[in-house]
Design a protein around this ligand. Structure first.
Ligand SMILES: [Zn+2]
Length: 237
C-alpha cells in the first residue's frame, strides 16, 4: 500500500511541476509578446484570431453547443477583403492568450469604429452569412460554451471594450496609440502610458447550509440566476 502511495505522490508532484512549468513558460512568452511589437507581429503570422462584432463573439452551433471558430492570419486577410475592410484593420487586434505550444491567440472586432474606413464594409448579417456563424451576446451564450472558450472570450471582450473606450489621452486630449499586443496605449504627445484597468468585485453566496440565496436581473436569459455580486466603489470596505 505504501509503495502505491509513494508512486501516486511522485506522479502527483510530477504533474504539479509540469503544470507550473507550463504556466510559467506561457506567461513568459505572453509577456515577451506584450513588450516586443516585432515579436507580436511575428506571432500573428502563425496565430489564431477570434472575431467579434460590436463586442459580440462569432459563434457556430454544433450539437446544441456554441463553438468559437478561429481563423489564421491568411484567412482573416481574405475575409477582410470580402467584407470591404482594409487589411490594416488587423492592427486593431489584441492578444488574449496562447496555447501550450505557443500558438498566440488574438481577438478582432469587425464592428467597432476604427481608423480604417467602415463606409464600404458589409453589414453584420452579410458578414455572418459569409462566416457561417452568428455574433451572439456573450452572456446569452455563456452556458452553451466550453469553460475555456468562455474565459478566453470574456477576456477578449473586456480588452476590446477597454481599447474602444480609451482612445484619447485624458491629459492632452490627443489620440492614444495601442501597442501591437494591445496590452497598453501610449499618448505620443506626452508619453503617458495607459494600462487596462482591473475592477475589483465581490461575490457572496448566502446559504443556510442546505439552501442558498440566488438573484436575477430582468436582462438575464431565462433560467439564469446569480449569487449576490457587485463592483467595489473606491473607499468601500
Ligand atoms: Zn497626452
Amino acid at each position: 500500500m505504501s509503495v502505491y502511495c509513494g508512486i501516486a505522490c511522485r506522479r502527483k508532484s510530477f504533474w504539479c511541476y509540469r503544470l507550473l512549468s507550463t504556466y510559467v513558460t506561457k506567461t513568459r512568452y505572453l509577456f515577451e509578446l506584450k513588450e516586443d511589437d516585432d515579436a507580436c507581429k511575428q506571432a500573428q503570422q502563425t496565430g489564431a484570431f477570434y472575431l467579434f462584432h460590436t463586442l459580440a463573439p462569432l459563434l457556430q452551433t454544433s450539437a446544441h453547443r456554441y463553438l468559437a471558430p478561429r481563423h489564421s492570419l491568411l484567412e482573416l486577410k481574405g475575409l477582410l477583403g470580402k467584407f470591404g475592410q482594409d487589411a490594416q484593420r488587423i492592427e486593431d487586434s489584441v492578444l488574449i492568450g496562447c496555447s501550450e505550444q505557443h500558438e498566440a491567440w488574438f481577438a478582432l472586432d469587425l464592428g467597432l469604429d476604427s481608423s480604417s474606413s467602415l463606409s464600404a464594409s458589409l453589414q453584420k448579417p452579410e458578414m455572418e452569412a459569409k462566416l457561417k456563424g452568428s455574433f451572439i451576446e456573450l452572456r446569452k451564450a455563456l452556458f452553451h460554451l466550453d469553460v475555456k472558450d468562455a474565459s478566453l472570450l470574456f477576456t477578449a471582450q473586456a480588452l476590446l471594450h477597454w481599447h474602444h473606450t480609451h482612445q484619447f489621452c485624458s491629459r492632452s486630449g490627443q489620440p492614444t496609440k495601442k501597442n501591437t499586443a494591445g496590452s497598453k496605449r501610449v499618448c505620443p504627445s506626452n508619453n503617458i502610458i495607459y494600462y487596462p484597468q482591473v475592477a475589483p468585485v465581490v461575490i457572496t453566496l448566502v446559504s443556510d447550509g442546505t439552501r442558498c440565496l440566488l438573484v436575477r436581473q430582468s436582462s438575464f436569459p431565462k433560467g439564469m440566476y446569480s449569487a449576490l455580486a457587485g463592483f467595489c466603489d473606491i473607499g468601500l470596505s
